[in-house]
Design a protein around this ligand. Structure first.
Ligand code: HEM
Length: 223
């Protein structure tokens, strides 16, 4: 339990800062996504800008809701106070994930980097909901630790955009690769990291997080 607190604090700080950054960047600083769209040259399909932008606004809004809802549901204090909130907020997270993936499905064919990047995004569009559905099935079967672990795996995907841009920045600015190639590396690099990092966290985290007198849960066998 003690080990979890600083980790949750770190997670909360990163998530809150990123939500604020995403909202400001996409709705206030660059609402026309001009910086991002300037890298889209030689698209195979014509991009309908007003539609793309509106889809992107919905995408960012639900991505931020998913990030915030997921963060709240990892809080032990909130979980211990109200299981009902955890459940309702869990469905808010689930619906938000579906809407992020749905909007992503519209944007994927126009992805920076062409077909290869599109394929990476389409893989994400299948992996993320699948992992989230597994997490939901586990809790329906009352396998609490498995539910927690699959939710950690699912929540990692809220950091997709952040990771893509960090990796793109590293390869573009750091190693001097052209932006488009760096972006494609960012898409695939983030898929790999988002599948690997949660499992490292799961392995190093204390098992007893949801167990104890406060929660009344005793399902220790379902790991
Ligand atoms: C949850 C956190 C996420 C946030 C805050 C977010 C935000 C954004 C933003 C702002 C854009 C516009 C371009 C940019 O500035 O990057 C974008 C594009 C896109 N996002 Fe997300 N996104 C998130 C997660 C995801 C996930 C999990 C997927 C896939 C399942 C996804 C798929 C896409 C696609 C396909 C595009 C278009 C890329 C392109 O045109 O090259 N996003 N996202």
């Amino acid at each position: 339990m003690k080990k979890w607190k600083p980790l949750y604090g770190l997670l909360a700080s990163i998530s809150i800062l990123f939500i604020l950054y995403a909202l400001m960047k996409n709705y206030m600083i660059d609402p026309g996504a001009e910086g991002f769209l300037s890298h889209k040259t030689g698209l195979k399909r014509e991009l309908n800008l007003p539609v793309w932008l509106n889809v992107m606004y919905v995408h960012v809004a639900f991505a931020c809701i998913a990030m915030a809802a997921g963060l709240l549901n990892f809080s032990n204090r909130i979980f211990e106070k109200s299981r009902k909130f955890h459940r309702i907020n869990g469905y808010v997270y689930f619906v938000s994930v579906l809407l992020v993936v749905l909007t992503s499905g519209y944007m994927a064919p126009y992805a920076t980097g062409g077909k290869i990047s599109s394929m990476g995004f389409n893989a994400l569009n299948m992996i993320w909901p699948l992992i989230t559905i597994i997490a939901l099935v586990q809790v329906k079967k009352k396998r609490i630790i498995r539910h927690r672990n699959w939710m950690i795996r699912s929540y990692a995907f809220c950091f997709t955009n952040m990771l893509i841009h960090l990796i793109t920045f590293l390869f573009h600015q750091g190693f001097g690769l052209i932006y488009v190639t760096s972006y494609t590396i960012g898409v695939y690099g983030s898929i790999v990291l988002l599948l690997v990092i949660p499992d490292i966290i799961i392995r190093t985290m204390p098992l007893r997080i949801y167990y104890g007198k406060e929660t009344g849960l005793t399902d220790e066998t379902s790991v």
